[in-house]
Design a protein around this ligand. Structure first.
Ligand code: FDA
Length: 394
């Protein structure tokens, strides 16, 4: 049995960051991961460029039973703090949109930065380690694994969520939490494409590949971003964002012409060039296939001249475009979800340190905790901030 000060389960974003922080304090750290390579999710993140933080990071950008829980860690290790690390590593970056920061080059630069940080701090990384029994005996934790047994006074669980099992996601962190008596809130896929019943899909499919700027709303929450029609349903940032708020049976409302007044624009066009077909006038406001869909949904003949359309028809068409109601039947699930909602109940954790209140020396960081960010770099910022917090004390 190899003995160390801090044992970390999971060499992902939060685990590697915590390892470097604890190691810097002179703690002996061992990180165990069952995957062959560490940081796989970082590698594929942000379309290969890693959206590593967001300048608008604030508790409102996170879903949690207690959204205030994240505040302490996010304030103590901020996006600016992480940017300073990225700058110090010589990694060039840019703001894409909405405060989202991406590497100019590849996401692997972030993985390399984390691995270098952990190695410099003396942390030892053990990959290909299938984790078996986790126990607490005489105030220290022991972990059995296919790469041997390990014992430590502090155990940091950083095994992430259930999203994308193909690249190593497992429910281990939730199991460990339950084993030690911590409540785990129901988990579900978040930031995930929405799926539709065959009948609805038949109308959407011809638009597969079309993207439109939209406002997508579910309940009281709405997002103004791109919407993408796919063969399986709807995706794109606006839909992924709203999927985290969607529950079975809820409708979503899509404004396909966000920021435009379609009725006014069509009436103005009718005044200026009434001989133009309605579908042609509408195609100046929306992508052509979306215009065709909107006409079909409203049951309006787009081939007719604008001059022959009365105000009620144009207004009905416009109100359908601004308030298209759809009923998803599900999501694509953990196979494609970017994150897992729910997880270790924050009530059971100390917001400053991420330590389990009832189990001294046991910490939970990153996605395994019931803190889930919006799309746009928030989830990595949570991984850095929570990993940093545990790394200061474990
Ligand atoms: P993470 O998943 O990073 O790490 C967990 C580690 O634990 C993994 O290395 C895994 O192998 C290991 N592990 C799991 N089970 C284990 C077991 N049983 N035994 C041993 N080890 C085990 N976020 C963001 O802010 N910006 C972005 O650009 C993106 N992009 C993105 C793209 C895609 C395709 C996905 C799926 C996700 C994103 N995300 C994102 C979300 C982000 O990747 C995620 O929130 C963080 O990686 C979470 O960090 P963690 O360290 O908590 O888990």
């Amino acid at each position: 049995m190899e003995t160390t000060d801090v044992l970390i389960l999971g060499a992902g974003a939060a685990g590697l960051f915590a390892a470097a922080e604890a190691g810097r304090r002179g703690r002996r750290v061992i990180v165990l991961d069952h995957a062959a390579r560490p940081g796989e999710k970082i590698r594929i993140s942000g379309g290969g460029r890693c959206n590593f933080t967001n300048l608008s990071t604030a508790p409102e950008r996170f879903l949690s039973k207690n959204p205030r829980f994240a505040l302490s860690a996010l304030r103590r290790f901020t996006p600016q703090d992480f940017i300073a690390r990225v700058d110090a590593a010589g990694i060039a970056w840019h703001e894409k949109t909405l405060g989202q920061l991406f590497c100019d080059g590849k996401a692997t630069q972030i993985v390399d930065m984390l691995l270098t940080g952990a190695a410099r701090a003396g942390a030892q990384l053990v990959t290909g380690a299938e984790v078996g029994a986790v126990r607490r005996e005489g105030g220290r934790f022991t972990v059995e694994s296919s790469r041997g047994g390990f014992a430590a006074g502090s155990l940091i669980v950083a095994t992430g969520g259930k999203s994308i099992p193909k690249i190593g996601a497992s429910g281990l962190g939730y199991k460990v939490a339950e084993q030690f008596g911590l409540p785990v809130l129901e988990t579900r896929p978040g930031l995930v494409p929405l799926t539709f019943a065959e009948q609805e899909l038949e109308r959407l499919r011809p638009l597969a590949g079309v993207s439109v700027r939209a406002r997508v709303t579910c309940g009281k929450t709405g997002f103004d971003e791109a919407l993408l029609f796919t063969h399986r349903g709807l995706s794109g940032p606006a839909v992924l964002q709203v999927s985290s708020y969607w529950r079975e049976g809820m409708p979503i409302t899509v404004d396909l012409a966000r920021g435009q007044d379609v009725a006014a624009a069509l009436k103005a066009a009718r005044g200026a060039a009434g001989r133009v077909a309605l579908q042609s006038a509408l195609a100046r406001l929306l992508p052509e296939k979306v215009a065709a869909l909107a006409l079909a949904e409203a049951g309006v003949d787009g081939a007719k001249r604008l001059a022959d359309q009365g105000n009620p028809v144009l207004e009905r068409l416009a109100s359908g475009i601004h308030g298209w109601v759809l009923r998803p039947v599900g999501t694509e699930g953990y196979r494609t979800a970017e994150v897992t909602l729910g997880g270790v109940d924050t009530d059971a954790l100390d917001a400053r340190t991420m330590e389990a209140k009832a189990v001294p020396g046991l910490y939970f960081v990153g996605e395994v905790v019931d803190v889930t960010g919006w799309l746009g770099g928030y989830n990595f910022q949570w991984a850095w901030s929570s990993g940093w917090a545990a790394g200061q004390v474990a």
